[in-house]
Design a protein around this ligand. Structure first.
Ligand code: PHE
Length: 451
């Protein structure tokens, strides 16, 4: 095998990894959870948990990937090998398999939701062009529409992955992430000037501290942090394997966490005031129990209704908004598809092109099955992956790095790119923290499902 591809620059890696983290989780799920769980209190809990749990596990995943310089199956086995024992290696391999299955299943529902987004984007364009019939078809759910749009999104994702890491992922992320950021800032500026927005800003930014003690809110915030940082499905491990040895992993991880959190924060800054503006205009968002009408209400019903009332300007804004969502979804889907593709190319000798085609086809078939039995399967797959697989694999990574990876070897890995690591506060706190605190917190999220 030749020299493995690597991200060419630190900027390129941070953008690509941030592109993986920033997605529907930030722009759709995060504001929806803020709206459902007490505004500012949820924001505060989320911020705390991203830093105390998300960051340390992200460092662990990136280090496993870079140490292994290989796909997650091989990389996990290499970490387990430092502890000796065949049993450890087999368990590590199994965790990798679960992660790969998890990321493939996540992509299968992610592509469906992203297809809906494509529908809204194309519908806004169709309306601008005066094709109202097509515009209507594109936003009304039907198995045919869902299937066509999902396949279109998969084609876009596979198109980037087929070109490989440095030409595909890095270039695309480098172009798309700054654009996404700019979109968000422009949209925030617009919404904040609308009547009713200040009330929304207050709800978002001023926490009701009493609600912080609500375990349900803390647990939702923890789960959201996990999904948003792409932890627990080997995606960050895969990107870590492309990270040059000269890079300082704890620092790079901190940059990714900061960028991901900033985008989630900005998305909230856009959508929560937009919600209040919509309410001021008579659009119904909450039911009588003050619950959001539906999980998809905020982005798929409320925002389009709000845009519609703004006439032509609204259609333009709608185009911007859904364009932004698709950019975010695409850079996440790229990171997901790369995981099984890399495993097939490195462990089975497939070419990148054929691995991409086969995996994309396989995942599209799963998506088709989900679309066909939507009401039965969709929520089940989301729950299986985000409530079970991600916590389980994340837990295994923190236990594996915390307990199995020999300290000297771990330190050596961190020191490449961070020569003074052993004297740092990071090295004094992180290994012990990862052994005990992280597994306990992840277990709490996991067990919370039965409360
Ligand atoms: N973090 C992505 C988002 O917020 C989702 C994702 C999960 C991406 C797992 C890769 C792996 O949308």
């Amino acid at each position: 095998m030749g020299v493995r591809a690597q991200f060419k620059s630190r900027g390129g890696f941070v953008l690509a990894a941030a592109g993986s983290a920033v997605g529907l989780g930030n722009i759709w799920a995060f504001p929806t959870q803020v709206a459902q769980n007490g505004g500012g209190a949820f924001l505060l809990a989320y911020l705390l948990l991203v830093f105390i749990l998300g960051y340390p596990v992200l460092v662990a995943e990136l280090l496993i990937g870079r140490h292994g310089q290989a796909n997650p199956l091989t990389a996990l086995r290499r970490v387990a090998a430092t502890a000796g024992g065949r049993g450890y290696r087999t368990s590590a391999f199994l965790i990798g398999v679960i992660g790969i299955l998890g990321v493939s299943l996540i992509l299968s529902f992610y592509a469906i939701v992203s297809g809906w987004l494509l529908g809204y984007l194309l519908s806004s364009s169709a309306r601008l062009l005066g094709c109202s019939q097509a515009a209507g078809w594109l936003i009304h759910r039907s198995p045919l529409r869902d299937g066509v749009l999902m396949a279109l999104f998969m084609l876009l994702t596979a198109g980037v992955i087929r070109r490989g890491v440095t030409q595909g992922i890095e270039q695309w992320s480098a172009r798309l992430m700054p654009l996404l950021f700019l979109f968000l800032v422009v949209m925030c500026g617009y919404i904040v000037l609308q009547p009713g927005a200040l009330e929304g800003l207050k709800a978002y930014l001023v926490p009701d501290c009493a609600r912080l003690l609500n375990p349900q809110l803390l647990i939702s915030a923890l789960g959201q942090a996990f999904f948003s940082l792409s932890i627990g499905v080997c995606a960050m491990m895969t990107y870590g394997s492309y990270l040059p040895r000269s890079e300082n992993v704890p620092q790079v991880a901190a940059q990714v966490v900061l960028f991901d959190t900033l985008v989630a924060f900005l998305a909230g800054l856009l959508i929560i005031p937009a919600l209040f503006v919509a309410q001021r205009q008579g659009i119904v968002i909450y039911d009588q129990q003050q619950q959001l009408l539906s999980e998809t209400a905020l982005v798929f019903d409320v925002l389009p209704a709000l845009f519609e009332r703004l006439g032509v300007l609204g259609s333009g804004l709608s185009l911007l908004f859904f364009g932004l969502m698709i950019i975010a979804a695409l850079t996440s889907a790229i990171a997901m598809l790369e995981v099984p593709v890399l495993c097939l190319t490195e462990t089975r000798g497939y070419s990148r092109r054929s691995a991409t085609s086969w995996v994309a086809l396989g995942i599209s078939l799963i998506s088709m099955v989900i679309i066909s039995y939507f009401n039965t399967l969709f929520n089940g797959v989301v729950t299986l992956t985000t409530h079970y697989i991600q916590p389980l694999v994340g837990l295994a990574c923190s236990l594996g790095v915390g307990w199995l990876w020999q300290r000297a070897s771990l330190l050596q890995e961190i020191r490449s790119g961070y020569p003074n690591a052993e004297n740092s506060l990071f090295w004094k706190i992180w290994p012990g923290y990862l052994r005990v605190v992280c597994p306990v917190l992840i277990l709490l999220v996991f067990l919370a499902q039965w409360w």
